[in-house]
Design a protein around this ligand. Structure first.
Ligand code: SF4
Ligand code: SF4
Length: 325
C-alpha cells in the first residue's frame, strides 16, 4: 500500500523520495557496492552504447504503439464515414455495440457540470475504468491519445533543434497539473459547462479527425509550437488533467513496467527517452531501495525505456503472469 501512496504522491507532483543507504536492505546495499567496482562491465556497456548511437536500431515497440494508436483513431473515423452503428462518437464519449463508453475525465466533468450522476455515463465510465485499470491507466496516453502522437513527432523536432541550440527546455512545477485538474473540476461545477473540453487537445483532435477540422486546431498547433521551441512535451508533462485521471486509475493496475536492480548499470538511456523521467528516479545510481521495483503510476507504459535499456533491467510485468517482455 505504501508503494501506491508514494506513487500517487509523485503523480500529484511530489519529488520522488530518496531512501538513505543505511535504511536499505543489506542485499540491496551489496548490489550497489558491487556495481561501482565492476569496471570491465561498465566499459563494455559504454562501447555497446557508442555502437548503438551510430547504428540506431529501430524502436520496434514504438512502431507497434503508433500503429495501434492510429488504428484506434481510424476506427472512429471509418465508423463515422461509413455510418457503422457498431462504434459511434469520438474518443471523449462513444458507444460500442450499444454500450456507452466515456473518457474518464470527460465523464467526471459532465457529472460535475450536471451536478448529478448520469446513469448511462456511469455505466460507460465504470466499463472504461475497469478496462484502463487492466491496461495500465496512462497507457491511454501513449497507445490511444492522438495528441500524444503529434507531441512525439514534435518532440523529435525539439530534440534536433535543441542539439543545434535553437530550442530551450523550460521546466515547470509538476504540481501545476494537479492544480489545473482541480481548477477545471471547479469550473465545471461552477459554470455547468465542461470547460476543459473546449481546450483539450485530445478532444479537439479526435473530433477534428472524425467530423472535420475546426478553428480549435489553432490552439493545438500553438501548443505543439510551444513544445517544439520552449518546453519538451510540456502539455502532457505539466498540464493535461486527462493524464492525471488515468494516472490515478493506473496506480494499482496489474500492468506495470518493472525494474530489476541487479541488471542495471545506470547508463540512464531510459531516462533520456521517457516522457515522465521522475518515475525512473529509482534507476539513478545508488537510489533503488529494493532489488525489484514497479515503476510508478505516472508511467504511460509507452515501453520506450524497455527498448532503450541495453542490459534488460526494464521489462513489462503483468501481476500474476510475471515478466512478459
Ligand atoms: S497527457 Fe493528455 S494530451 Fe498527453 S497523451 Fe495523455 S491524454 Fe493525451
Ligand atoms: S517509464 Fe518507460 S514505459 Fe513508462 S513512460 Fe517512461 S519510458 Fe515510457
Amino acid at each position: 500500500m505504501s508503494r501506491v501512496m508514494e506513487s500517487l504522491r509523485v503523480l500529484f507532483g511530489g519529488t520522488p523520495r530518496r531512501v538513505d543507504k543505511k535504511d536499505m536492505p543489506a542485499e540491496v546495499r551489496e548490489v550497489h557496492r558491487q556495481k561501482v567496482g565492476d569496471k570491465e562491465r561498465i566499459a563494455a556497456l559504454r562501447a555497446e552504447l557508442a555502437h548503438k548511437a551510430e547504428h540506431r536500431p529501430p524502436e520496434k515497440k514504438r512502431r507497434l504503439r503508433w500503429t495501434v494508436l492510429i488504428a484506434v483513431n481510424l476506427l472512429f473515423v471509418l465508423s463515422y464515414y461509413f455510418d457503422v452503428q457498431l462504434l459511434e462518437g469520438a474518443l471523449t464519449a462513444s458507444r460500442f455495440a450499444g454500450f456507452h463508453l466515456a473518457d474518464l475525465n470527460s465523464a467526471l466533468q459532465v457529472m460535475l457540470a450536471f451536478k448529478h450522476v448520469v446513469i448511462n455515463l456511469l455505466i460507460g465510465t465504470t466499463t472504461v475504468f475497469i478496462m484502463w485499470w487492466l491496461m495500465g491507466g496512462r497507457s491511454f496516453c501513449s497507445w490511444v491519445c492522438p495528441y500524444h502522437l503529434l507531441a512525439e513527432w514534435a518532440e523529435m523536432l525539439h530534440l534536433k533543434l535543441r542539439a543545434r541550440g535553437m530550442a530551450r527546455d523550460i521546466q515547470f512545477d509538476r504540481r501545476t497539473r494537479t492544480w489545473l485538474w482541480l481548477l477545471f473540476a471547479a469550473l465545471a461545477l461552477a459554470t455547468g459547462y465542461t470547460v476543459y473540453e473546449t481546450i483539450s487537445p485530445t478532444g479537439i483532435l479526435s473530433r477534428a479527425l472524425i467530423y472535420g477540422p475546426g478553428v480549435a486546431l489553432v490552439w493545438v498547433a500553438l501548443l505543439l509550437l510551444f513544445e517544439i521551441f520552449f518546453s519538451r512535451r510540456a502539455w502532457c508533462r505539466y498540464a493535461c488533467p486527462i493524464g492525471l485521471t488515468y494516472g490515478i486509475v493506473g496506480a494499482t493496475s496489474p500492468f506495470t513496467v518493472h525494474y530489476s536492480l541487479p541488471n542495471c548499470f545506470h547508463e540512464g538511456e531510459c531516462r533520456k527517452v521517457c516522457l515522465v523521467p521522475h518515475v525512473l528516479d529509482t534507476v539513478i545510481k545508488g537510489r533503488a531501495a529494493a532489488m525489484e521495483v514497479d515503476i510508478g503510476a505516472d508511467c504511460t507504459r509507452c515501453l520506450r525505456c524497455v527498448d532503450a535499456c541495453p542490459t534488460g533491467a526494464l521489462s513489462i510485468k503483468y501481476k500474476g503472469l510475471g515478466d512478459l517482455l
